[in-house]
Design a binder for this molecule. Structure first.
Ligand code: FAD
Length: 516
């Protein structure tokens, strides 16, 4: 076996070396390091023939790997049958097992995998020279669907059904031929691939701590609600979290399940759950809303939901982009907050995107599509959907859609004040006061987040100090029980994929020079 680096444009370890051991925190760092490394190699052509492997007797026992922990158990509705009839698989044809044979529920996403499809998608992008050469990410609409405004190649890059250098060079050749009107990094298509390399480079330098704030030298510490539990042994987040505020936990669940009462946010979260992909600016909107621009909830909670539902989930890109959006690393303009009303209006006045993913609002008049709670009752009835409560349901002949879970303008101000304060305190994830929990002394009792000065939980983020559930969760809107209860969120299987996603073959394979 000959192993070659091919997951990114540049070898992340080489990028870090050229940056003198520093994580790549900007695209310029990647470009400068890239210049020192040299030209991005063109992909190796596919072999035209394969050597005869000789006799390959299949006279060994098939060994089924351990079934626990089962990272897919929420998606499993039957038993796994792919090991049921020997090494040639359930159909005795060596074909990859189907979802049914794996005991998994049918896919809800319309997006499909495989190299044939990926290369067809790439061909059709490249055939459109104007699109390829003048692509500018900020001008692509997050509300576009069928077709979406960007390439949708991210799941293929993740799974390897298209090689990143194949993508890069096919685009670069069009750009070179196009001349001076072609767009340039960072907004161009090749610029997007450099962002991807940037996050891989940052992850390579920081290791496991890159996917969390705790012990991360480059992530600002912000005392968000629903902070992660940390294992004192590994110093890694465990997937569990402290419920320091029942409101925050309720907001988190409503955000996750597309029931915030803000149609733009709900449409995006439903698209994510159903289809496993949302446009980059859609990801911006929901990430900003959950963290610094609405709920003031730990970005690690959001990253875990993305980890579970994205079909393009990539630990480096996911953790890095969440840090960017939460303004803990890469980006710091926390006062630039996305409005769940004005921002989508800019792209989609009529609300077609909302009508598709929040079908209960399909008949709403244009002027209320992003603010249905403002529609007079007569209009709500006429549209067949009443805005009330916290759930989606029915009432008589009408469907119901929830009221907004908070006053956005009010929450925006609370978050801005809290961010300003946290920036002023100025801690990073590896500060000794973050590591030992004494950061609490630096935030006054009235600050947003799990802060009770010295009276609070000593280092509530440390797993061993966890207090068991106190009081009830998720009760009555408007009941501000901040700090009156500290419980624990589900630990579940979260974090497992992240842990594995961070591993590379590098740790498992000894690279040996081929003897000539
Ligand atoms: P295009 O715009 O067509 O870009 C081409 C390729 O460039 C993408 O396929 C992707 O591989 C890469 N790329 C583009 N933008 C970025 C970016 N900002 N960061 C890293 N790579 C980028 N991308 C993932 O691949 N996996 C993730 O888990 C992931 N999580 C994200 C979480 C948040 C909160 C945010 C804001 C962004 C995240 N992204 C992630 C980045 C980006 O949103 C997706 O890569 C992009 O939307 C994929 O769609 P596309 O293939 O049409 O992108």
């Amino acid at each position: 076996i000959v192993s070659r680096m091919g997951r990114t444009l540049y070898d992340p370890d080489e990028l870090v070396k050229k940056c003198k051991g520093k994580p790549t925190m900007s695209i310029t760092m990647v470009q400068n390091a890239g210049k020192q490394i040299g030209a991005i190699p063109r992909p190796t052509p596919a072999p035209t023939s394969l050597p005869d492997p000789g006799d390959t007797p299949l006279d060994f026992e098939q060994e089924q790997p351990p079934q626990q922990p089962d990272v897919n158990d929420i998606q499993r509705n039957d038993t796994e049958k792919s090991y049921s009839s020997g090494i040639s698989g359930p159909g005795s044809d060596f074909a990859p097992p189907t979802l049914q044979e794996l005991g998994l529920k049918p896919a809800t996403t319309p997006h499909r995998g495989g190299e044939t499809i990926a290369l067809r998608m790439l061909d059709s992008i490249i055939a459109n020279e104007d699109y390829t050469a003048t692509f500018e990410k900020p001008k692509t609409a997050p509300t576009a669907f069928e077709p979406q405004a960007t390439t949708l190649l991210s799941p293929h890059l993740h799974f390897g059904s298209v090689g990143v250098r194949e993508f890069y060079w096919r685009v670069q050749d069009v750009v070179s031929a196009y001349g001076r009107h072609a767009s340039q990094p960072p907004t161009s298509l090749t610029g997007q691939l450099l962002f991807r390399d940037m996050y891989f480079g940052a992850q390579a330098a920081l290791g496991y701590s890159f996917a969390q704030t705790y012990n991360n030298s480059h992530a600002r510490f912000i005392p968000w609600h629903l902070p992660s539990h940390i294992s004192p042994d590994t110093r890694l987040i465990t997937g569990g979290y402290a419920i320091d505020s029942s409101n925050a936990e309720r907001w988190f669940q409503r955000w996750k399940h597309g029931r915030t009462g803000f149609p733009w946010i709900d449409a995006l979260m439903r698209q994510l759950r159903l289809e496993g992909w949302i446009h980059h600016l859609g990801r911006h909107a929901v990430a900003s809303f959950l963290t610094r621009g609405g709920c003031y909830i730990d970005w690690e909670r959001g990253a875990e939901v993305f980890e579970e539902w994205l079909i393009d989930h990539e630990t480096a890109s996911n953790a890095g982009n969440w840090q960017w959006l939460a303004c803990v690393a890469f980006y710091s303009m926390f006062y630039r907050v996305y409005s769940p009303v004005a921002f989508p209006q800019k792209w989609d006045k009529d609300g077609d995107f909302v009508r598709r993913y929040v079908p209960e609002l399909k008949e709403y008049p244009v002027r209320y599509i992003y603010e249905p709670w403002k529609a007079p009752l007569a209009d709500q009835r006429k549209a067949g959907c009443l805005v009330k409560g916290e759930e989606c349901g029915t009432e008589g002949e009408y469907t119901t859609y929830p009221r907004p879970m908070f006053d956005f303008a009010e929450r925006r101000e609370v978050c801005l004040k809290a961010m300003k304060n946290a920036y002023k305190v100025g801690l990073y994830g590896n500060d000794p006061r973050v590591l030992d929990g004494s950061w609490r002394k630096l935030f006054d009792d009235a600050a947003e987040g799990p802060t009770e000065g010295e009276g609070g939980l000593p280092g509530a983020m440390i797993e061993g100090d966890r207090t068991e559930d106190v009081g009830q969760r998720g009760d009555g809107e408007g009941d501000d029980t901040k700090n009156s209860e500290v419980g624990t969120g589900d630990i579940g299987k979260r974090g497992l994929k992240r842990e594995r996603g961070q591993a590379t073959l590098d740790g498992l394979v000894t690279r040996k020079r081929v003897k000539k």
